[in-house]
Design a binder for this molecule. Structure first.
Ligand code: NAP
Length: 284
């Protein structure tokens, strides 16, 4: 079998085109331009790249985007004061704090400061709690990108055996909850899981969210499975990136598979834009 590609780049492009129309409508009918404020503390090179990509993507969709760059030595109070001002600013509809913040800061406490109606990144304690309750307005963007990609390709989750490898707050846990919400039977694996190849081999839908290049071997994959690779790993000494799944071998067994790059990554940014437009529509 040669897996069909779940094309995140093409799907994200289509979503962004739809968002451009919604933004235009909001502007012309309600006089509201969706606005996202991104806070970057420090100069971590990957974070600098990601925040610039987000700003460019917002602007290409007709939205306003502010990139608020704060020095690495900023205090907890200074970062929270910036967030509080954005919470009170009615022209701002979405706020996101770029992860990770410098280690002297308490990230969870910072995220808890973001007003829930502006938490378009969906990872504050309140948003995550609402996800558990099934009442969240906003979901963490990578998990939302994953379930949206499945929906766009008409892949059924109901009653399917889903295995998520990874249990981070931004990815593994929320994607597992999102799949559970969509009636999959979900298993979450992590670094202490026993017999990982056997557990992975049960998956009708596999989500790899580990951060280790090609850690999941193609031979572990069940024939016909849907493989979602959220991993994004630099290959030392080269300019290319690989996922957490051994792509070529997995594509021989899977029914569908996401490429890296061009799979989950572009969907993540599209979801950030989408949730900001949704927040602006609610405000309007
Ligand atoms: P993370 O916080 O480091 O979490 C990694 C998870 O993998 C942990 O739960 C860890 O288990 C688990 N793990 C580590 N080694 C394992 C092993 N040998 N067997 C089974 N599980 C193992 O990483 P993250 O932030 O979730 O990111 C994961 C990957 O997704 C990274 O490559 C990251 O770059 C990528 N990512 C992509 C996007 C995107 O937009 N495409 C967005 C976010 C992240 P323990 O909990 O037991 O330590």
């Amino acid at each position: 079998m040669q897996a069909k590609i779940l094309d995140g780049s093409a799907t994200a492009k289509q979503i962004r085109a739809e968002l451009t129309e919604r933004v235009e409508k909001l502007k012309s009918e309600k006089g509201v331009t969706p606005r996202l404020s991104v806070i970057l503390v420090g100069t971590d090179p990957a974070s600098v790249t990601y925040t610039r990509m987000k700003k460019k993507a917002c602007e290409a969709t007709g939205m306003i985007s502010d990139l608020i760059e704060m020095p690495a030595e900023s205090t907890q109070g200074q970062v929270k004061d910036v967030i509080k001002k954005l919470n009170d600013d009615s022209s701002v509809h979405g706020i996101m704090v770029q992860h990770p913040v410098p280690s002297h800061l308490d990230e969870l406490d910072i995220l808890a400061t973001v007003a829930v109606e502006k938490d378009v990144d969906g990872i504050s304690a309140l948003s995550l709690g609402r996800l558990v309750l099934g009442t969240a307005d906003f979901l963490s963007c990578t998990p939302l990108g994953i379930v949206t990609l499945l929906e766009k390709y008409g892949i059924e989750t109901k009653g399917k055996e889903a295995v998520v490898v990874g249990r981070s707050i931004i990815l593994g846990k929320p994607v597992a909850l999102a799949l559970l919400e969509r009636h999959a039977t979900v298993t979450i694996c992590h670094s202490r899981t026993q017999n990982l190849p056997d557990v992975v081999g049960r998956a009708d839908i596999l989500v790899a969210a580990i951060g280790k290049p090609e850690f999941i071997k193609g031979s572990w994959i069940k024939e016909g499975a849907v493989v979602i690779d959220a991993g994004y790993n630099k290959v030392e000494g080269t300019s290319h990136d690989v996922g957490d799944v051994e792509f070529d071998a997995a594509a021989q067994r899977a029914g569908y598979i996401t490429p890296v790059p061009g799979g989950v990554g572009p969907m993540t940014i599209a979801m950030l834009l989408s949730q900001t437009v949704k927040a602006a529509e609610k405000y309007a």
